[in-house]
Design a protein around this ligand. Sequence first.
Ligand code: DON
Length: 304
Amino acid sequence: MNYQEILEHVYSKILPFAKEGKQADYIPALTKVDPDQFGICLHTIRGEMFTVGKAATRFSIQSISKVFALAMCLSMEGDNLWKRMGKEPSGTAFNSLIQLEEEKGVPRNPFINAGAIVMTDILLSQLRNPEREFISFVHALCGNDSVTYREEVAISERSQSYLNAAIANMLKYYRNIANDIERVLHFYFLMCSVEMSCRELSKAFLAFANHQQAFRYGKVSLTASQVKRMNAIMQTCGFYDEAGEFSYLVGLPGKSGVGGGIAAIYPMRYSVAVWSPRLNTKGNSVMGMKALELLTTETEESIF
Ligand code: DON
């Protein structure tokens, strides 16, 4: 498969969509990023790497960090994690409160904000130095120790975090948060603020694509079965109220973030990360979705 040629062709075909959508502005710092950028990187499990555009430029990974948090929580908690959250698609926005109230403080899945805030609480309870251990795990996955939190983005998000604060308060009311809410939100925003490039993100996701190989990165280890199940949750819950559309158009397990990044995997074949800051109304990158749709169409490779 000539992935380089396919990625270049895909890029030429998505250019007409370059001005569609807009950046998330509820996190003020994100609006400082030039919206007219695009990068993509694909790593095969055989060790090849292909890139087009700004694949080495770092961006805010935002909700893609929830995949790393889930890996850590599953390795520490195993199936006990599911006592505190579900694994069903929500069909609602990533920051919706309605379902959480109806379901008495039990988030539908780990990838909506409510689920990720509960995972943050678990990491705080279980780890001696959660900030350091989380970023060390990301370093081990992507093989690059220079990846860091961007505190300025975390502080910017905190300054406008009325909805996430409401979610955290409701979780606390229903006793699904043990730690202090301020502490939980601080660490949650910090995880969202991690900056990575498509190259680094795609490399990090290779571990999920290659689920038949032992998953042991730093202190985090998962069985092949646990990795397979994480991929199942990415498939059903990775894109919130657009999970069905992403499955229909792209057909790969993946996770998006409001920084404009999307990481996806083809089990036992490749991982791919794409980034472009302009988002559709569901909070997913317009060019990123198009690029992945064309990638799986043009390669004619499908998990279905
Ligand atoms: O909590 C938030 O709203 C953001 N830090 C992350 C949301 C996000 O990336 C949703 N993804 N599409």
